[in-house]
Structure formats: structure tokens, C-alpha cells
Design a protein around this ligand. Structure first.
Ligand code: NAD
Length: 418
């Protein structure tokens, strides 16, 4: 499939191939799992505020559904393409299996710069996209969630569009919704909180005191801002954060609560706020720190900058932030990597809680959510660490192999239809 031939899809397949070879995966399964199960490209005509109609391109890819409905976010970003969406869908499959969630992987996206749309345009785009992918989604089929450029409001519009088509409210068709329509407590911060839970486990493993821990976070959106806030609350010193325009550095630790308040008020770019010195995104990645958290886009740590990393732990908040060549360099430098499919699985874990609550029409307390999230994430971390030790492999390969093995078992038990 030529449309899949993109750097991000090549990265996902190369990682899969490495893990599949190490585990000697059945060759028939290998061919199937390298490709999406189902993919859809849609045209999305949108009436813009000035009256003209603009046509956007959207995608939804389901990588695998052998273990349950497929699950995965929806990304609004100008660079979205089929290869990227298919790669993200594949990573979702391994992530759900690693955390033992009864889901397969999916992903969706629209090639659009959402910040350049008015609220009305964004709503019309979202509703038309939801209508176009309607045949694929549903609480028992495929359940979208937020990702880069989308949020709870976008999920609410998708839930409403789907519900209007079937004639009754279907909260379980998406996760990451507002609380008023069946969202879950703790979902918004879940990915960041999960990054912190596994980072704390890694610090414990490496015998590093949280009070001497410094943290640099690339990306200050959903994942990055909550990771920075909760690391700060846990007692670490967050010395740098950035968004697409660059970041701020303060060796004594940034005042994250005040910084967040000022950032959310808008008005000034992050790197113009009076909390530290300006740093570029490239400089941030090379800062000396205990924990580096890439929490923006994929392929940020490359063969070009990997040898300059000066962190002890790389906690991958983003999906696919490290290229294959960079991964090799990072391992050689002895950096402890918490791979993306483990580090950022908090989002899909609490999405799973939301879906369960919607199905039961019974909602949990915030403490239930946090305790269960911590339980699942620390045990996935422990199993991955142990597996990596017993197989003498990296945390990334151990996480991938565990996830892939569960999916392979499901395929082998179900057999080939027809
Ligand atoms: P978001 O849109 O809320 O935030 C993205 C952040 O990255 C913003 O601060 C943006 O300014 C910054 N950014 C964009 N391009 C950048 C660049 N070139 N350099 C530096 N910074 C840049 O998105 P998010 O939901 O926080 O997702 C971030 C990453 O985490 C993505 O890789 C996403 O797939 C992954 N992820 C998100 C979730 C979730 O629940 N939202 C779950 C798992 C993984």
C-alpha cells in the first residue's frame, strides 16, 4: 500500500519486525499484523465562515480487533496522513494488549490546523468527519478518543453526531468526553498521571531520590502539561517545558502551577512568560536532567540529536518520539527508556474505565480511578522490567514482545475466518 510508505509507518513496522524476530512470531501472523485490518479515507466538505466550501481529508484506521473493539485517538494536525494514522493504530494495538485491556488498536485524524478554524468551522468539520466514519465506529466496534489537536469538546460533538444518527444517546461511542455526557473523572490528566506513575517506578528501580530529580518536558499540551504538574507535585524539579514555539528553562525549577495558570490565560506565548530563560525545542532535548519527557510529536529524537541527550531516564509521553537509529544510540548511552506503549498508556487505561462506566451507567470516584490506574501501570512496568531482564532485551522490545504475544495468542485461538 503506497500510502502507508511514510517515516512513521516505517518506524512502527521496523519496531514490530525487530520484536517479531526476537520472539520468532509465526510468519503468517507477521504478514497480517504488519498491515491495518481496515482503513478508510474520507473527504470532509466544510462550509467556512466566509461562505466558501473547503474540503479536508480524514482517515480512520483499525489495526486489529481480535481482542475486542478497536480503540484510538483522533488527531487534528496539518501533517496527518494515512501512514502516520496506521502507525499510531498499530502502536495502540500493542499498548492495549500490554496493559491487558480488552481492545484492539485504531487511530483517526484529519489533515487540518485546528487553531486556524473558528469554533463553528471546527464543529462542522468534526460533525461531518464523524458522519463519514460512522459505519466504522460504535461502542462495540471502534471507540475514538482525543489526541493531538482534539479535546473533550470535539469528543462531545462526535458523540452527539453518532447519537443523532441512531436516535438515542450513546455515551460509549467515544471516551475523553465532558463529565456531563458520561465522561470519567481523571480522564483529562490520565496520560500525564500515567507517565508520572511509571517514571516514579523507574526512579525507584534506579535508586534515584525524587527530591534530586530534574525533569524536562517537550510539549505543553494535554500530556506534557499534566506530566509537568504532577511531577512537580510529586517533589521533582521541572527545569524546562516547551510548546511548538519553544520553551522556558530554569535550573532552580519552574513554578509550574503559576506557569500553567498564566499559559492557560493565553495572551503570551509560553517562552515569553517571565518564569525562566528561553530555550529552543532542540536545546531542551539536550539539557542535563534526570528525566526527559518528549510529549509532542513523533520522531523528535533522531540520529542527529540522540548522542547529545543528557538524561538518565527517557519517558516517552508522545507516540513514536524516538527513531530506530536514535533508539540504538540511546540504548548505547545507557539511558533507561520507558517506551511509549508503556509510558503513555494511562490515557487509554482511563478511557477504558470511562467506557466501562458508560456501559454500567455507574460512575466511580476520582480515588477509584487513580488507584486502579496506578495498579495497572505499575504492574505493567514491573512485568516489562522483569521480562526485559529475563530475555536480556531492552524495555522497548520487552513491552512490544509482551503486547504482540497477547495479540498473537488471540489470533491463534480464534483461528482464520473463513
Ligand atoms: P496536544 O495537542 O494537547 O499537545 C501537543 C503539544 O505539543 C502542544 O504543546 C504543542 O505546542 C506541542 N508541539 C507541537 N508540535 C511541536 C513541535 N514540533 N515541537 C515541540 N512541541 C510541539 O497533544 P497531546 O494530546 O498532549 O499529545 C501529545 C503526544 O502524546 C502525541 O504524540 C500523542 O499521540 C501522545 N498521546 C496522547 C494521549 C492523550 O491522551 N492525549 C495519550 C497517549 C499518547
Amino acid at each position: 500500500m503506497p500510502e502507508l510508505d511514510t517515516p512513521t509507518f516505517r518506524l512502527a513496522v521496523a519496531q514490530f519486525d525487530q520484536a517479531a524476530s526476537l520472539m520468532d512470531l509465526d510468519s503468517n501472523l507477521r504478514e497480517r499484523l504488519k498491515l491495518p485490518q481496515r482503513s478508510l479515507t474520507v473527504s470532509i466538505p466544510v462550509r467556512m465562515d466566509d461562505g466558501h466550501v473547503e474540503v479536508f481529508t480524514g482517515y480512520r484506521v483499525q489495526h486489529d480487533s481480535s481482542r475486542g473493539p478497536s480503540k484510538g485517538g483522533i488527531r487534528y494536525h496539518p501533517d496527518v496522513n494515512m501512514g502516520e494514522v496506521a502507525a499510531l493504530a498499530m502502536w495502540m494495538t500493542w499498548k492495549c494488549a500490554l496493559a491487558d485491556l480488552p481492545y484492539g488498536g485504531a487511530k483517526g485524524g484529519v489533515a487540518v490546523a485546528p487553531k486556524q478554524l473558528s469554533r463553528g468551522e471546527l464543529q462542522r468539520l468534526t460533525r461531518r468527519y464523524a458522519a463519514e466514519i460512522f459505519p466504522l465506529i460504535g461502542p462495540d466496534k471502534d471507540v475514538p478518543a482525543p489526541d493531538v489537536g482534539t479535546d473533550a469538546q470535539v469528543m462531545a460533538w462526535i458523540m452527539d453526531t453518532y447519537s443523532q444518527q441512531v436516535g438515542f444517546a450513546v455515551p460509549g461511542v467515544v471516551t475523553g468526553k465532558p463529565l456531563s455526557i458520561g465522561g470519567s473523572l481523571g480522564r483529562e490528566e490520565a496520560t500525564g498521571r500515567g507517565v508520572v506513575y511509571v517514571t516514579l517506578e523507574a526512579l525507584r528501580h534506579l535508586n534515584i531520590d525524587i527530591r534530586s530529580t530534574t525533569v524536562a518536558v517537550q510539549g505543553f499540551g494535554n500530556v506534557g502539561s499534566h506530566t509537568a504538574r504532577i511531577m512537580h507535585e510529586s517533589g521533582a524539579r521541572v527545569i524546562a517545558v516547551s510548546d511548538v514555539n519553544g520553551g522556558l528553562y530554569n535550573a532552580n525549577g519552574l513554578d509550574i502551577p503559576s506557569l500553567l495558570t498564566r499559559y492557560r490565560e493565553g495572551g503570551q506565548p509560553l517562552n515569553a512568560l517571565p518564569f525562566g530563560e528561553k530555550v529552543t525545542n532542540d536545546e531542551l532535548l539536550k539539557l542535563e536532567c534526570t528525566v526527559l519527557v518528549p510529549a509532542a510529536l513523533s520522531e523528535q529524537i533522531t540520529a542527529r540529536n540522540a548522542s547529545h541527550l543528557r538524561c538518565r531516564i527517557l519517558a516517552e509521553g508522545a507516540n513514536g518520539p524516538t527513531t530506530l537509529e536514535a533508539d540504538q544510540i540511546v540504548q548505547e548511552k545507557g539511558i533507561f527508556v520507558i517506551p511509549d506503549i508503556l509510558a503513555n498508556s494511562g490515557g487509554v487505561i482511563v478511557s477504558y474505565f470511562e467506557w466501562v462506566q458508560d456501559a454500567q451507567r455507574f460512575f466511580w470516584k476520582a480515588s477509584d480511578i487513580q488507584n486502579r490506574l496506578q495498579d495497572i501501570m505499575t504492574s505493567a512496568f514491573g512485568r516489562t522490567l522483569e521480562f526485559a531482564g529475563s530475555k536480556r532485551t531492552t524495555m522497548r522490545m520487552a513491552a512490544l514482545m509482551s503486547g504482540i504475544d497477547k495479540v498473537a495468542q488471540a489470533h491463534l485461538h480464534r483461528g482464520l475466518y473463513p
